[in-house]
Design a protein around this ligand. Structure first.
Ligand SMILES: [Mg+2]
Length: 263
């Protein structure tokens, strides 16, 4: 039996501010059965405490230790790869707090920066873009928390995401960023390490083929597409390679029998 689950959030356990039908019962059942669950989201705008609060407010069980937002994942990655980094951050206070809490240094002036990290930033300005641009031109390492160019802010509209800001900087500098969020495997790999398990021992559940499923397949987990979000059955049927899910779940309740059947 598989006892470890990496779970995407939007389109999987909730949509907007509302839990997906069956999600609360499923997450409670996993908790009661002692299945280890980690939430892995490309959201870089909020500290984990705020992401946890959103789930709990909707009645979904979650602790801070289970939550891996891409700001925290980036913090953990940088602390391992470049603990002495001096970071010029284009991002929200929640992202900066994640960096400082793991012991990284965030600098206010681009001239000091060894690294530039771009996440979602509601206070993005031409001045910030210029500072980040100059730091990268001076040799700072360019990191993007994720490359999501848009995300939905209502059922019919989207807003620019961190990937749109990173794209501006990539265009001006000609430098391609190191990306941390899905479809990269940095987050899922850090989670597997924290559990001490191999990829095959994990089911990763998501609603997007190009991020959730791609990361799961690249890492070697069981990749489960749930049809309550972005991708539908036709998309899944057309998908190839790393975008092709191993399993399709009509909704999250089908995860419980899948776990019992696996292995
Ligand atoms: Mg999603």
């Amino acid at each position: 039996m598989i006892r470890h689950v990496v779970m995407d959030m939007d389109g999987v356990v909730y949509r907007g501010e509302v839990p997906v039908p069956g999600a609360i019962e499923t997450m409670e059942a996993l908790h009661d059965q002692g299945v280890k669950v980690a939430y892995l989201t490309n959201n870089a705008s909020r500290h984990r405490v705020d992401l946890v609060e959103k789930l709990r407010h909707m009645g979904l069980p979650c602790s801070v230790e289970q939550m891996w937002g891409s700001a925290y994942t980036t913090a953990r990655y940088l602390f391992t790869e470049a603990p002495d980094a001096k970071i010029f951050a284009v991002g929200m206070p929640g992202m900066i707090r994640e960096f400082e809490e793991v012991g990284l240094t965030v600098v206010p002036h681009y001239e000091q920066a060894t690294h530039v990290v771009v996440g979602l930033d509601h206070d993005f300005t031409y001045e910030k873009l210029t500072c980040a641009h100059r730091a990268i031109c001076n040799g700072a390492v360019f990191i993007a928390t994720n490359l999501d160019v848009t995300f939905p802010d209502s059922p019919s509209t989207t807003v620019p995401g961190a990937g749109a800001l990173a794209a501006a900087l990539q265009a001006s500098t000609g430098v391609t960023p190191k990306v941390i969020g899905k479809p990269q495997t940095t987050g899922i790999s850090l989670i597997a390490d924290s559990w001490g398990v191999e990829p095959e021992a994990i089911v990763a559940v998501g609603d997007r083929l190009d991020t959730d499923i791609a990361a799961a397949k690249a890492f070697g987990c069981v990749a489960a597409l749930v049809l309550t979000g972005i991708a539908n059955r036709t998309d899944a049927a057309k998908a190839t390679g790393l975008h092709k899910p191993d399993v399709i779940l009509q909704d999250l309740t089908e995860l419980i029998p899948l776990l019992s059947l696996s292995r």
